[in-house]
Design a binder for this molecule. Structure first.
Ligand code: ADP
Length: 399
């Protein structure tokens, strides 16, 4: 079966076509500036097929964007399928599954209503994800579609981990609880890690998804038992531009001082904070590393703050699971920033983490970066959320 994976945003849409026989990527790309001046990118992964890079393409809505994807995939000259019929199913990334979705599911009218019910929990993401689903239903009527939720993997958390210490009625009436995100990524890398550990009966893994957005998950025996993001993706460790965990008193203090409304305050916390806010330099770790190397003290502070908070959570999750067998680094920073990985692991020797400097400086999609005698194994595992979505889609469609 060939599965089309869609990750729809409000004005962009990423796609991949994966042949599940051998899990081979056939093509990937991106529709950008949907509803504005439409740019289309198509990158076939098959010899002799030509790519298209940010070419002008009229996309007044997601429907035209999906049509552009289908036209490119089935193009007689540069396409990778003979016709749309070869695409067996579509898998969609949906950000917030709320309380309703504990696993991936086949999309029908009832599921769409449930996704809509979660709009208030993820007002920026879920409506955009639904646009992608509805556009596919229009362009490919009758084609099975599956929703894979970022939150679903974390629905195994115990109540003590997901409950906020605010009046319980807000959990009961308003669904306020920790949900967590990056679940598809944490699920992918932790399950790969269990394979690399030799599939032990019991495992305690700390998965560190460190990218532009970052979160950690404590994964015990393959199940998420705690994670750093919360009701929304603003919580946990500092990120590129998001603040991570802060004292709620700061909101009251700054809003009173500057006369900001909640929207202005949230804009500061979402877009102007994190390592960008601390450094004043950039949200990109590559820029921060160069600035710090040139002596920029706030860039150094931003990097130190980031690794300190990640390290602290690693300790917290080891406590939550009664120990740790492996730590996994993934996503843009986790996969590509050896100095940040080293800074996080430094000082964790007491709990059995011995990083190998040589291995840590090497590059590979999947590799062990701890020493052979390190009681806790440390891995870098490149994440692959699209493959996970495609696997779920195939499994659900084939029953
Ligand atoms: P997103 O959350 O947008 O999916 P990614 O997981 O792709 O983000 O991570 C993007 C981030 O990864 C960049 O902002 C940058 O900080 C970091 N990054 C990418 N490559 C490197 C590198 N070679 N060294 C350090 N950081 C890197």
């Amino acid at each position: 079966m060939k599965v089309l994976v869609i990750n729809a945003g409000s004005s962009s849409l990423k796609y991949q076509l994966i042949d599940m026989e051998g899990e081979r990527l056939l093509a990937k790309g991106l529709c950008e500036r949907i509803g504005i001046d439409g740019k289309f990118t198509y990158k076939p992964q098959v010899e002799g097929k030509e790519k298209q890079d940010a070419v002008d393409y009229a996309m007044p809505s997601h429907v035209e964007a999906i049509q552009a994807v289908l036209n490119a995939l089935a193009d007689p000259k540069n396409g990778v399928v003979a016709s749309m019929d070869e695409i067996g199913a579509v898998g969609h990334r949906v950000v917030h599954g709320g309380k309703a979705f504990t696993e991936s599911c086949l999309i029908d009218g009832e599921k769409i209503e449930a996704i809509k019910k979660n709009f208030p929990l993820a007002p920026l993401h879920n409506p955009a994800n639904l646009l992608g689903i509805e556009a596919c239903q229009k362009a490919m009527p009758g084609k099975p579609q599956v929703a894979v939720f970022d939150t679903a993997f974390h629905m195994t958390m115990p109540a003590a981990a997901y409950t906020y210490a605010i009046p319980y009625e807000y959990y009961e009436k308003d669904d306020v609880r920790r949900y967590g995100f990056h679940g598809t990524s944490h699920r992918y890398v932790s399950s790969r890690c269990i394979e690399l550990l030799g599939k032990p009966e019991h495992s305690r893994i700390i998965s560190c998804h460190l990218g532009n957005g970052s979160s950690l998950a404590a994964v015990q025996d393959g199940k998420s038992v705690d994670t750093s993001m919360g009701l929304g993706p603003l919580a946990g460790v500092p990120m590129g531009t998001r603040c991570g965990d802060i004292d709620a008193t700061i909101l009251e203090y700054l809003m009173n001082r500057y006369g900001w409304d909640m929207k202005e305050m949230m804009n500061v916390l979402n877009k102007k904070s994190g390592v960008l806010g601390v450094s004043g330099v950039s949200s990109d770790f590559r820029d921060l590393e160069s600035a710090a190397a040139e002596g920029n003290e706030r860039a150094r502070l931003a990097l130190d703050k980031f690794s300190y908070e990640v390290k602290k959570l690693v300790g917290a999750y080891a406590a939550a699971m009664g120990g740790v067998d492996a730590i996994v680094f993934t996503a843009g920073v986790g996969e590509n920033a050896p100095t940040t990985r080293a800074a996080i692991c430094q000082g964790l020797e007491y709990m059995g983490v011995k990083l190998c400097e040589t291995r840590n400086s090497e590059r590979a999609d999947e590799h062990l970066i701890s020493t052979d005698d390190s009681p806790v194994k440390v891995f870098v595992i490149a994440t692959n959320e699209e493959l996970m979505i495609a696997r779920d889609t195939k499994a659900i469609v084939e029953g």
